[in-house]
Design a binder for this molecule. Structure first.
Ligand code: GDP
Ligand code: MN
Length: 379
């Protein structure tokens, strides 16, 4: 689950990361009032789950409350990477001397929290990694000991030659690591971490993603979810108990089991197709889950064909077939469907599908080749 910047900076501020105090607004008038309360030059920042807001025109300096209102009027409602801006953050403008990057992720390779810092901040870290990888310094943290003082200070000196600034950065890294662990984050990033003209080190932007597995035991964090800022299909899927991730392709995939879903997507790509989604309908399926899955997938206009890949173990393939039958009776599905199923109650499933004029394939490879060919024809 992604947090908004204003939520992430609240978490970090509570942990002790120095960051300018601000407030969120949903209307230009509110933004103006906050700017007046802050006084002086402010920054008006789009609150969406996307990076690169600066480049997209979603971060603007305003010298007066009237200007803050005007900027808020333009930014609210703006689309950034397909997401509509519904809130802006208004914060006092910092007088920036330098911009650095500090971030933590859960790293699969080292199987540890990985701390990354770079004196080349302010821009996408992916860009720094691609063009000047020597400017990124990494440390895999042993969670038994945490981030040790000498390690943090060593990285602080990679950012700043000035000892006081290096110490301030080290303290921010330690605090960030504490907040990352305490909140079950999968990512926590400050970009930019700035120095101001008087030498102060400050966090000007914050991005935090919480591991979804953390949310059941942390209702306080779960309460930060802003569904209006998420992809509608992903929201609908979560409510239906489905694990769904929207992708850019045109082959809709309905699969039981995460591993088989991954293998299905790999095979679609292998034969030259592009999956439109990852979808795991879960182990114990019921017809309603299949109906919901089809409703969600068919609402994506990019989808040109739908592939079912069901390996019936605990999942009963007749449940899946009944789900398809119910869905086709409830709403129109205008794209071709290819069904591959095998396993529990397979004979019943085949009969149900035959009853509605559909054939079931038995072999995964055949089914994937067929769906890719169908999509090619449609194009
Ligand atoms: P992002 O583009 O979505 O990562 O948004 P950021 O919050 O990182 O802002 C983008 C850029 O706007 C920063 O790298 C800064 O250059 C600039 N910016 C943000 N806040 C301030 C500020 O308080 N003062 C000044 N002068 N520039 C700022
Ligand atoms: Mn940023």
């Amino acid at each position: 689950m992604n947090l908004h910047e204003y939520q992430a900076r609240e978490l970090l501020r509570a942990a002790g990361v120095p960051t300018p105090e601000g407030d969120v607004a949903s209307t230009p008038d509110e933004a103006e009032a906050i700017a007046r309360r802050i006084g002086g030059t402010v920054v008006v920042k789009a609150q969406v789950h996307a990076g690169g807001r600066g480049k997209a025109g979603g971060v603007k300096l305003a010298a007066t409350p009237a200007e803050a209102k005007a900027h808020a009027g333009r930014i609210l409602g703006m689309q950034i990477k397909g997401l509509t801006v519904q809130k802006v953050l208004v914060v006092p403008a910092a007088d920036i001397a330098t911009e650095a990057y500090v971030g933590l992720i859960v790293d699969r390779e080292s199987q540890r929290p990985l701390l990354m810092v770079s004196p080349a901040g302010g821009i996408d870290i992916e860009e720094v990694a691609a063009k000047t990888p020597e400017k990124i310094f990494k440390l895999a943290i042993d969670p038994r000991y945490g981030l040790m003082a000498h390690q943090a200070l060593g990285l602080g000196f990679k950012l700043y030659a000035d000892a006081a600034q290096a110490r301030a950065a080290a303290k921010i890294m330690t605090t960030l690591y504490g907040a990352f662990m305490a909140n079950g984050a999968s990512l926590a990033e400050i970009n930019p971490l700035v120095t101001t003209s008087d030498g102060t080190v400050l966090a000007l932007d914050a991005k935090i993603s919480i591991d979804d597995n953390e949310l059941d035991r942390r209702p306080d964090l779960a309460g930060l979810r802003d569904e209006s800022a998420e992809a509608p299909a992903e929201v609908a899927a979560r409510h239906a108990g489905l694990t769904f991730i929207k992708l850019d392709g045109n082959v809709g995939c309905v699969v039981n089991g995460a591993g088989l879903a991954m293998a299905t997507m790999d095979l679609v790509k292998y034969y030259g197709g592009e999956p439109a989604n990852f979808l795991d309908i879960g182990g114990s399926s019921n017809p309603e889950k299949v109906v919901n899955a089809l409703r969600i997938i068919t609402s994506d206009p990019q989808v040109k064909a739908i592939l079912f890949n069901i390996f019936g173990g605990i999942t009963r393939t007749d449940d899946v077939a009944n789900g398809i039958k119910t869905a086709l009776a409830e709403f129109p599905v205008k794209v071709p469907i290819v069904v591959r199923l095998t396993g529990t109650n397979e004979a019943e499933a085949v009969k149900i599908l035959q009853g509605i004029g559909m054939t079931a394939l038995n072999d995964m490879d055949d089914a994937v080749q067929k769906i890719v060919a169908l999509v090619r024809e449609a194009a």
